[in-house]
Design a binder for this molecule. Structure first.
Ligand code: NAD
Length: 241
Protein backbone atom coordinates (compact mmCIF):
# COMPACT_ATOMS: atom_id res chain seq x y z
CA UNK A 1 0.00 0.00 0.00
CA UNK A 2 2.98 2.33 0.73
CA UNK A 3 3.60 3.25 -2.91
CA UNK A 4 -0.02 3.31 -4.02
CA UNK A 5 -2.04 6.36 -4.86
CA UNK A 6 -4.87 6.80 -2.37
CA UNK A 7 -8.43 7.46 -3.55
CA UNK A 8 -11.45 8.30 -1.44
CA UNK A 9 -14.85 7.44 -2.95
CA UNK A 10 -18.10 8.42 -1.27
CA UNK A 11 -21.23 6.33 -1.78
CA UNK A 12 -18.83 3.54 -2.71
CA UNK A 13 -20.88 0.56 -1.57
CA UNK A 14 -23.16 0.15 -4.54
CA UNK A 15 -24.16 1.41 -7.99
CA UNK A 16 -21.84 3.89 -9.66
CA UNK A 17 -19.61 4.27 -6.57
CA UNK A 18 -18.90 0.54 -6.44
CA UNK A 19 -18.02 0.48 -10.15
CA UNK A 20 -15.70 3.46 -9.61
CA UNK A 21 -14.04 1.70 -6.66
CA UNK A 22 -13.42 -1.48 -8.64
CA UNK A 23 -12.04 0.45 -11.61
CA UNK A 24 -9.71 2.54 -9.45
CA UNK A 25 -8.29 -0.63 -7.89
CA UNK A 26 -7.48 -1.84 -11.42
CA UNK A 27 -5.83 1.54 -12.03
CA UNK A 28 -3.55 0.83 -9.04
CA UNK A 29 -5.27 2.90 -6.34
CA UNK A 30 -5.91 1.91 -2.74
CA UNK A 31 -9.53 2.99 -2.23
CA UNK A 32 -11.08 4.29 0.98
CA UNK A 33 -14.78 3.51 0.66
CA UNK A 34 -16.95 6.00 2.56
CA UNK A 35 -20.63 5.14 2.77
CA UNK A 36 -23.46 4.87 5.28
CA UNK A 37 -23.64 1.11 4.48
CA UNK A 38 -20.80 -1.33 4.08
CA UNK A 39 -20.43 -3.50 0.98
CA UNK A 40 -19.79 -7.01 2.38
CA UNK A 41 -18.29 -8.30 -0.88
CA UNK A 42 -15.45 -5.75 -0.64
CA UNK A 43 -14.88 -6.16 3.13
CA UNK A 44 -11.68 -8.21 2.96
CA UNK A 45 -10.25 -6.73 -0.22
CA UNK A 46 -6.56 -5.91 0.27
CA UNK A 47 -6.88 -2.64 -1.64
CA UNK A 48 -9.89 -1.14 0.10
CA UNK A 49 -10.81 0.11 3.51
CA UNK A 50 -14.35 0.97 4.59
CA UNK A 51 -15.06 3.96 6.82
CA UNK A 52 -18.69 4.41 7.79
CA UNK A 53 -19.53 7.99 6.86
CA UNK A 54 -22.61 10.10 6.39
CA UNK A 55 -21.30 12.84 4.09
CA UNK A 56 -23.95 15.25 5.38
CA UNK A 57 -22.60 15.03 8.96
CA UNK A 58 -19.69 17.33 9.75
CA UNK A 59 -18.45 15.06 12.57
CA UNK A 60 -18.33 12.04 10.24
CA UNK A 61 -16.42 13.98 7.58
CA UNK A 62 -13.89 15.22 10.13
CA UNK A 63 -13.38 11.71 11.55
CA UNK A 64 -12.97 10.34 8.02
CA UNK A 65 -10.22 12.82 7.20
CA UNK A 66 -8.48 12.43 10.56
CA UNK A 67 -8.29 8.70 9.86
CA UNK A 68 -6.95 9.26 6.33
CA UNK A 69 -4.35 11.76 7.55
CA UNK A 70 -3.16 9.42 10.32
CA UNK A 71 -3.00 6.35 8.10
CA UNK A 72 -1.88 7.65 4.69
CA UNK A 73 -0.74 11.28 5.23
CA UNK A 74 -2.01 12.09 1.72
CA UNK A 75 -4.96 11.88 -0.64
CA UNK A 76 -4.37 11.62 -4.38
CA UNK A 77 -7.97 11.50 -5.57
CA UNK A 78 -11.36 12.38 -4.09
CA UNK A 79 -14.50 11.18 -5.87
CA UNK A 80 -17.67 12.76 -4.50
CA UNK A 81 -20.26 10.26 -5.65
CA UNK A 82 -22.77 9.84 -2.79
CA UNK A 83 -26.14 11.25 -3.75
CA UNK A 84 -29.85 10.69 -3.29
CA UNK A 85 -33.16 11.67 -4.90
CA UNK A 86 -36.47 12.62 -3.25
CA UNK A 87 -38.61 13.52 -6.29
CA UNK A 88 -41.90 15.39 -6.21
CA UNK A 89 -43.55 18.37 -7.86
CA UNK A 90 -42.74 21.43 -5.79
CA UNK A 91 -46.28 21.75 -4.38
CA UNK A 92 -46.02 18.24 -2.93
CA UNK A 93 -42.41 18.42 -1.82
CA UNK A 94 -41.89 18.77 1.93
CA UNK A 95 -39.15 21.20 2.96
CA UNK A 96 -37.49 18.25 4.72
CA UNK A 97 -36.94 16.56 1.34
CA UNK A 98 -35.42 19.72 -0.10
CA UNK A 99 -33.10 20.03 2.88
CA UNK A 100 -32.09 16.36 2.89
CA UNK A 101 -31.16 16.33 -0.80
CA UNK A 102 -29.21 19.59 -0.53
CA UNK A 103 -27.44 18.38 2.64
CA UNK A 104 -26.18 15.14 1.08
CA UNK A 105 -25.71 16.14 -2.57
CA UNK A 106 -24.26 19.63 -2.11
CA UNK A 107 -23.27 20.41 1.49
CA UNK A 108 -21.64 16.97 1.73
CA UNK A 109 -19.59 17.60 -1.41
CA UNK A 110 -18.52 21.01 -0.11
CA UNK A 111 -17.40 19.62 3.27
CA UNK A 112 -15.46 16.79 1.59
CA UNK A 113 -13.79 19.25 -0.80
CA UNK A 114 -12.84 21.57 2.06
CA UNK A 115 -11.09 18.80 4.00
CA UNK A 116 -9.51 17.21 0.91
CA UNK A 117 -8.16 20.47 -0.46
CA UNK A 118 -6.21 21.14 2.76
CA UNK A 119 -4.59 17.69 2.65
CA UNK A 120 -3.91 17.89 -1.09
CA UNK A 121 -2.38 21.36 -0.77
CA UNK A 122 0.13 19.98 1.77
CA UNK A 123 1.32 17.55 -0.91
CA UNK A 124 0.95 20.00 -3.83
CA UNK A 125 -0.96 17.28 -5.70
CA UNK A 126 -4.57 16.26 -6.08
CA UNK A 127 -7.51 15.38 -8.26
CA UNK A 128 -11.16 15.89 -7.36
CA UNK A 129 -13.99 14.43 -9.42
CA UNK A 130 -17.53 15.40 -8.45
CA UNK A 131 -20.44 13.31 -9.70
CA UNK A 132 -23.16 15.75 -10.65
CA UNK A 133 -26.01 14.81 -13.02
CA UNK A 134 -27.38 15.77 -16.41
CA UNK A 135 -30.41 16.72 -14.30
CA UNK A 136 -28.62 19.92 -13.23
CA UNK A 137 -29.97 21.33 -16.49
CA UNK A 138 -33.47 20.90 -15.03
CA UNK A 139 -35.86 17.98 -14.60
CA UNK A 140 -39.54 18.20 -13.79
CA UNK A 141 -40.17 16.88 -10.26
CA UNK A 142 -36.55 17.44 -9.23
CA UNK A 143 -36.36 21.04 -7.99
CA UNK A 144 -34.32 19.79 -5.02
CA UNK A 145 -32.08 17.38 -6.97
CA UNK A 146 -31.52 19.71 -9.97
CA UNK A 147 -30.61 22.56 -7.61
CA UNK A 148 -28.20 20.37 -5.68
CA UNK A 149 -26.49 19.12 -8.84
CA UNK A 150 -26.33 22.63 -10.36
CA UNK A 151 -24.66 23.64 -7.09
CA UNK A 152 -22.06 20.92 -7.62
CA UNK A 153 -21.26 22.28 -11.11
CA UNK A 154 -20.77 25.80 -9.69
CA UNK A 155 -18.73 24.53 -6.76
CA UNK A 156 -16.50 22.55 -9.16
CA UNK A 157 -15.82 25.61 -11.31
CA UNK A 158 -15.10 27.90 -8.34
CA UNK A 159 -12.84 25.37 -6.62
CA UNK A 160 -10.88 24.75 -9.84
CA UNK A 161 -9.98 28.46 -9.78
CA UNK A 162 -8.84 28.26 -6.16
CA UNK A 163 -6.80 25.05 -6.40
CA UNK A 164 -5.18 25.15 -9.85
CA UNK A 165 -1.95 26.65 -8.55
CA UNK A 166 -1.51 23.74 -6.14
CA UNK A 167 -1.53 21.12 -8.92
CA UNK A 168 -5.07 20.15 -7.88
CA UNK A 169 -7.54 19.69 -10.72
CA UNK A 170 -11.27 19.71 -10.04
CA UNK A 171 -13.79 18.38 -12.55
CA UNK A 172 -17.34 17.06 -12.63
CA UNK A 173 -19.01 14.20 -14.46
CA UNK A 174 -22.69 14.51 -15.38
CA UNK A 175 -24.18 11.04 -15.81
CA UNK A 176 -27.43 10.60 -17.67
CA UNK A 177 -29.63 7.56 -17.20
CA UNK A 178 -27.44 4.85 -15.62
CA UNK A 179 -28.56 1.36 -14.64
CA UNK A 180 -28.12 1.31 -10.83
CA UNK A 181 -30.28 0.54 -7.75
CA UNK A 182 -31.33 4.23 -7.87
CA UNK A 183 -32.88 3.93 -11.34
CA UNK A 184 -34.00 0.31 -10.84
CA UNK A 185 -36.37 1.74 -8.21
CA UNK A 186 -38.26 3.69 -10.92
CA UNK A 187 -41.67 2.45 -12.21
CA UNK A 188 -41.22 0.38 -15.38
CA UNK A 189 -43.40 2.67 -17.55
CA UNK A 190 -41.42 5.71 -16.38
CA UNK A 191 -38.12 3.96 -17.10
CA UNK A 192 -39.31 2.86 -20.58
CA UNK A 193 -40.19 6.48 -21.43
CA UNK A 194 -36.81 7.71 -20.23
CA UNK A 195 -34.99 5.12 -22.34
CA UNK A 196 -37.12 6.00 -25.39
CA UNK A 197 -36.08 9.67 -25.00
CA UNK A 198 -32.38 8.75 -25.12
CA UNK A 199 -30.59 9.45 -28.44
CA UNK A 200 -28.85 6.09 -27.97
CA UNK A 201 -32.11 4.34 -26.87
CA UNK A 202 -30.10 2.76 -24.07
CA UNK A 203 -29.22 3.26 -20.43
CA UNK A 204 -25.61 3.73 -19.49
CA UNK A 205 -23.76 1.35 -17.20
CA UNK A 206 -21.91 2.21 -13.98
CA UNK A 207 -18.70 1.29 -15.82
CA UNK A 208 -19.33 4.15 -18.28
CA UNK A 209 -18.97 6.57 -15.36
CA UNK A 210 -16.06 4.62 -13.85
CA UNK A 211 -14.16 4.95 -17.17
CA UNK A 212 -14.58 8.72 -17.11
CA UNK A 213 -13.45 8.91 -13.46
CA UNK A 214 -10.38 6.81 -14.28
CA UNK A 215 -9.42 9.45 -16.87
CA UNK A 216 -10.28 12.68 -15.05
CA UNK A 217 -8.95 11.32 -11.74
CA UNK A 218 -5.63 10.25 -13.22
CA UNK A 219 -2.33 12.07 -13.43
CA UNK A 220 -2.29 11.72 -17.23
CA UNK A 221 -4.29 14.95 -17.26
CA UNK A 222 -2.48 18.15 -16.26
CA UNK A 223 -4.56 20.79 -18.03
CA UNK A 224 -8.26 19.89 -17.70
CA UNK A 225 -9.97 21.61 -14.78
CA UNK A 226 -13.34 23.14 -13.91
CA UNK A 227 -15.08 21.10 -16.60
CA UNK A 228 -18.26 19.06 -16.58
CA UNK A 229 -18.12 15.95 -18.76
CA UNK A 230 -21.50 14.56 -19.82
CA UNK A 231 -21.73 10.79 -19.90
CA UNK A 232 -25.36 10.58 -20.90
CA UNK A 233 -25.82 8.95 -24.30
CA UNK A 234 -26.31 12.40 -25.83
CA UNK A 235 -29.37 13.36 -23.74
CA UNK A 236 -27.92 16.77 -22.82
CA UNK A 237 -27.68 17.83 -26.48
CA UNK A 238 -31.32 18.91 -26.52
CA UNK A 239 -34.65 17.93 -28.03
CA UNK A 240 -34.80 14.50 -29.61
CA UNK A 241 -38.35 14.86 -31.02
N1 NAD B 1 -28.13 6.30 -11.61
C1 NAD B 1 -28.29 7.35 -12.40
O1 NAD B 1 -28.99 7.28 -13.43
C2 NAD B 1 -27.62 8.66 -12.08
C3 NAD B 1 -27.72 9.69 -13.02
C4 NAD B 1 -27.10 10.90 -12.76
C5 NAD B 1 -26.38 11.07 -11.60
N2 NAD B 1 -26.28 10.07 -10.70
C6 NAD B 1 -25.51 10.33 -9.49
O2 NAD B 1 -24.53 9.32 -9.32
C7 NAD B 1 -24.28 9.12 -7.94
C8 NAD B 1 -24.44 7.65 -7.59
O3 NAD B 1 -25.75 7.25 -7.94
P1 NAD B 1 -26.20 5.72 -7.96
O4 NAD B 1 -27.22 5.61 -9.04
O5 NAD B 1 -25.03 4.80 -7.95
O6 NAD B 1 -26.97 5.66 -6.55
P2 NAD B 1 -27.27 4.42 -5.59
O7 NAD B 1 -28.46 4.79 -4.79
O8 NAD B 1 -27.28 3.15 -6.39
O9 NAD B 1 -25.98 4.40 -4.64
C9 NAD B 1 -25.69 5.51 -3.83
C10 NAD B 1 -24.71 5.13 -2.73
O10 NAD B 1 -24.54 6.30 -1.90
C11 NAD B 1 -24.68 5.92 -0.54
N3 NAD B 1 -25.18 7.06 0.24
C12 NAD B 1 -26.44 7.58 0.25
N4 NAD B 1 -26.52 8.59 1.13
C13 NAD B 1 -25.28 8.73 1.67
C14 NAD B 1 -24.73 9.59 2.65
N5 NAD B 1 -25.47 10.51 3.27
N6 NAD B 1 -23.42 9.45 2.98
C15 NAD B 1 -22.66 8.50 2.38
N7 NAD B 1 -23.13 7.65 1.46
C16 NAD B 1 -24.43 7.76 1.11
C17 NAD B 1 -25.67 4.75 -0.56
O11 NAD B 1 -25.56 3.97 0.62
C18 NAD B 1 -25.21 4.00 -1.82
O12 NAD B 1 -24.17 3.09 -1.55
C19 NAD B 1 -25.27 10.04 -7.19
O13 NAD B 1 -24.63 11.24 -6.86
C20 NAD B 1 -26.34 10.31 -8.23
O14 NAD B 1 -27.00 11.53 -8.01
C21 NAD B 1 -26.89 8.86 -10.91
Amino acid sequence: MENKNIALVTGASKGIGLAITKRLIIEGFFVVMADIDENKEMRNHENTSFIKTNVAQEEDVKTLFNTIKARFKKLDLLVNNAGIVRDNLIGNMPLADFNLVLDINLKGVWMMCKEASELMKENNKGRIVNITSRAWLGNRGQTNYSASKAGVVGLTRALALELGKYNILVNAIAPGLIDTPLTQALRKDVLDKLIAAQPTKTMGLPDDIANAVAFLGSYQTQFITGQTLYVDGGKSIGSNM
